[in-house]
Design a protein around this ligand. Structure first.
Ligand code: NAD
Length: 246
């Protein structure tokens, strides 16, 4: 029980890596706050966390809506008294080559993957500073380190998240708050659903482990980073990619 009673907000927790992280945190004893846009999916994820033995609450929140994020944070504080962990996991793709990318595609990805990470982190920081402790974990990507064809917007957002991580680890480290990023490789979640099978086969072949990752394999890393076992890990970007980038 590495996260016993740690009040943990996980954004984008209704499916994929976020749901796997919510369930992992639930099994590690955390109080899990499921945040996602789809109300029914939020309720289903909360039910799964409770079935795993955790205290859990759900918030149907679009993280690009600052007022809604602030209201969620206030409600969590009122109900549970503290905020120990924020996992900034919600993310989207809107892929197109540079010459074809629309402003709408660009803005949508920057809004969710970058601006909303700023909203959520800023919304919890006063509480964490008052506590003198806290952990903020940001979802980057190997694409944020190495770039990727067709992902101008996504690569910029995930590189930006690394900038947040490094900056906040300097600003907040002296106040007892650790900030780290995880850079997954190719993970089997609905976010890959638009990618043709042939391309997925090519992706598998590129990975030294010769397979895509599972959401649980990212969730395990978030749980480690959120726990006291990672007490001296701050400002790090941890690649979890099966050796893809070696
Ligand atoms: P996913 O599409 O399966 O799940 C994302 C979740 O975020 C969904 O439940 C969605 O409803 C939620 N979400 C999206 N926009 C939101 C918003 N505005 N407000 C609240 N919730 C919102 O994605 P995933 O594959 O589980 O990815 C999770 C994170 O990991 C993302 O940030 C993604 O960029 C990153 N990542 C994924 C991979 C991969 O291969 N799957 C690789 C690297 C990084």
């Amino acid at each position: 029980m590495r996260l016993q009673d740690k009040v943990s907000i996980i954004t984008g927790a209704a499916q994929g890596i976020g749901l796997a992280t919510a369930l992992k945190f639930a099994r590690e004893g955390a109080v899990v706050i499921v945040c996602d846009m789809k109300p029914e999916a939020v309720d289903a994820a909360v039910a799964q966390c409770r079935a795993a033995g955790a205290r859990a609450a759900g918030f149907a929140v679009n993280v690009t809506d600052r007022a809604a994020v602030d209201a969620m944070v206030a409600a969590v504080k009122a109900q549970f008294g503290r905020i120990d962990v924020l996992v900034n996991n919600a993310g989207i793709t809107r892929d197109a080559r540079l010459q074809k990318m629309t402003i709408e595609q660009f803005d949508a990805v920057i809004d969710v993957n970058l601006r909303a990470v700023f909203h959520c982190a800023q919304a919890v920081t006063d509480t964490m500073v008052e506590q003198g402790s806290g952990v903020i974990l940001n979802a980057s990507s190997v694409v944020g380190i190495y770039g990727n064809f067709g992902q101008t917007n996504y690569a910029a957002s995930k590189f930006g998240v690394i900038g947040f991580t490094k900056t906040w680890s300097r600003e907040l480290g002296p106040k007892g708050i650790r900030v780290n990023a995880v850079a997954p490789g190719f993970i089997e979640t609905p976010i890959l659903s638009t990618i043709p099978d042939k391309v997925l086969d090519g992706m598998r072949a590129e990975v030294p482990l010769r397979r895509l990752g599972k959401p649980e394999e990212i969730a395990n890393v978030y749980a480690f980073l959120a726990s006291d076992e990672a007490s001296y890990v701050n400002g790090a970007v941890l690649e979890v990619a099966g050796g893809l980038t070696v």
